[in-house]
Design a protein around this ligand. Structure first.
Ligand SMILES: Cc1ncc(COP(=O)(O)O)c(C=O)c1O
Length: 402
């Protein structure tokens, strides 16, 4: 992977901010000019509505929409583009699953104890209005998913809904094994792929996962865009979260007939430039190759972990082995809050990282931790930036940490 050629595609690296170290990629990534240009082209050349009007500009939008669906489907190993639903983000995708009335009264849902609020709050909400029990399987102190605990927790579970790669620790659960075990016991599986899809090759068919949610803005695409994949028989049973124009056939005063998927889930005028930008992001990542992206992030995480693991006062969130943490390095420094770390390191060294509880409040609260600082890497980050981060944390620790 040629990182310097990749960097030349990102306008921010030719701007006056070119020397900052952006390690907040698990929140949002930068966008290459190919994505920005594709989105601008929509607004400049064919800013119309897809799927409804029949004039030439609208037809162009409809074609782009179909192409985008095909590209996203191919990117995650799905054969049927109609199984791809465009949403406002991974949160909306997961809400569609939780609130799609797939479960009946008395059913149990199983999550991990380390879910992002996007895969926690909807289940708590559903359990307030329906007789659904939300159960949780605990993660051992090693930070590594425990298949035995999972098997023990599977009794009476109708749906397993879990974070594929964790946004705080970077660990990836053994999705293939989980799906197989769950299916053998009669449960469906939904994965929150917000932090896995941008960083590794995903093949929903190989995984045999029933539902898979992810974001566009964490993988070079536009903000406020996401995707829900689900098997067709599930989409056909799932109730749309949003009803309105575009998602239905002929309506009467008292009757509504929803169109087949995907249209029934995409009512209202869509974010067409967002969809087009998502397709451009997928093109970009496909061209680079996901294996290269994953390998590169591992290398950066290895540099950072080796550089900091013996620093007095540092605690790295487990697992210790960087090869198990994808592109995520989460840590605390004794005597400092995570927000102090993030603010000072920005001021001191122009290194941008995330701090706080990262929307995984129950994980931190249950362990009595106030939060953590998180550095997260992507394909345009360099080894030199990883070393700069290491030096900045060392300096911070020597000046402020006790
Ligand atoms: C694991 C995980 N799930 C879900 C989300 C929410 O994604 P979105 O912002 O697309 O709604 C995030 C965002 O940080 C995440 O890290």
């Amino acid at each position: 992977m040629d990182v310097s050629s990749i960097r030349s595609d990102f306008p921010i690296y030719s701007s006056e901010e070119r020397d900052l170290v952006y390690f907040d990629n698990a929140c949002q990534t930068f966008r290459p000019r190919q994505v920005i240009e594709a989105m601008n082209e929509y607004y400049e050349l064919y800013p119309a509505c897809g799927g409804r009007s029949v004039h030439r500009l609208a037809t162009r939008v409809s074609i782009k929409l179909d192409e985008a669906r095909e590209k996203v489907a191919r990117f995650i190993g799905c054969d049927d583009p109609n199984c791809i639903i465009f949403t406002r983000g991974c949160t909306e995708s997961l809400n569609m699953v939780a609130k799609g009335r797939l479960l009946k009264d008395g059913d149990h849902v199983l999550t991990t104890d380390m879910e992002h609020n996007s895969n926690h709050v909807p289940w708590v909400q559903v359990a307030m209005h329906q007789d659904i029990r939300h159960r949780i399987v605990g993660t051992p102190p090693s930070g590594i998913f425990d298949m035995d605990r999972f098997r023990d927790a599977l009794d009476d579970v109708a749906l397993v809904s879990m974070v594929h790669t964790n946004n705080v620790t970077g660990t990836t659960i053994p999705a293939g094994e989980i799906v197989k075990e769950a299916h053998d016991r009669g449960a469906l599986v939904c994965l929150d792929g917000a932090q896995s899809t941008p960083h590794q090759r995903i093949d929903v068919k190989e995984l045999d996962v029933d539902m898979f949610a992810f974001s566009s803005h964490k993988m070079l695409g536009p903000s406020g865009m996401g995707i829900l994949y689900a098997k067709m028989d599930i989409l056909e049973r799932m109730e749309p979260l949003i009803g309105g124009g575009g998602g239905v056939g002929l309506t009467t005063y008292d009757r509504v007939e929803f169109l087949p998927p995907p249209e029934r889930f995409e009512s209202g005028l869509m974010n067409y430039s967002g969809v087009i930008g998502t397709a451009a992001a997928v093109d970009y990542l496909t061209r680079v190759g996901m294996e290269g992206v994953q390998e590169h992030e591992r290398r950066l995480n290895d540099i950072v972990t080796r550089g900091l693991k013996d620093l007095p006062g540092i605690s790295i969130l487990p697992p210790a082995d960087p090869a198990l943490r994808s592109g995520i390095f989460s840590f605390n420094l004794q005597g400092m809050t995570s927000h102090d770390i993030a603010m000072i390191i920005d001021e001191m060294a122009k290194v941008l990282i995330r701090s706080g509880m990262h929307c995984v409040h129950p994980y931190f609260v249950s362990r009595g931790i106030d939060g953590c600082a998180r550095a997260s890497f992507y394909l345009y980050n360099t080894e030199e930036e990883a070393h700069r981060f290491v030096e900045a944390v060392k300096e911070l620790s020597s000046v402020f940490s006790s």
